[in-house]
Design a protein around this ligand. Sequence first.
Ligand code: DQA
Length: 149
Amino acid sequence: MKIAIIQGPNLNLLGKREPHIYGNHTLNEIHQLIAQHFSNISFTFFQSNIEGEIINELHRCAEECDAIIINPASYTHTSVAIADAIAAINKPVIEVHLSNIHSREPFRHTSLTGSKCKGIITGFGVWSYFLAIDAIRYMLKGETIDHQR
Ligand code: DQA
């Protein structure tokens, strides 16, 4: 299984950027934790501060990957172009956020990009990525969860 993880603007500053909101892990550390925890999955990791580069990467991954996890960061709230790129992808795209965008400033409550995704996971810190990967595994393997247990 091949999963692309795409990270948006300012996420290269994780570790020193508002750690009370985004935690202490650097982006590299987060990627290492993911690769270690899901060692049987093949990941590509990409980060850009530039909208067009994120769109190009979405186009590339749409061909090469089974699913995409994207944290569009601030573009979540502004980018029709990234939302359109996601809408054109015929594979599962899951949006994640470290912080809970709904418990923050009102301008963060709208997700243009999330409206084109399969689902959104927001507010669980690094675990948002882990939960998204688990969701993809369930979806792609067609597994069902027994809610009775
Ligand atoms: C973020 C939330 C966005 O509102 C913000 O602009 C970010 C990070 C998050 O992961 O919590 O840069 O996407």
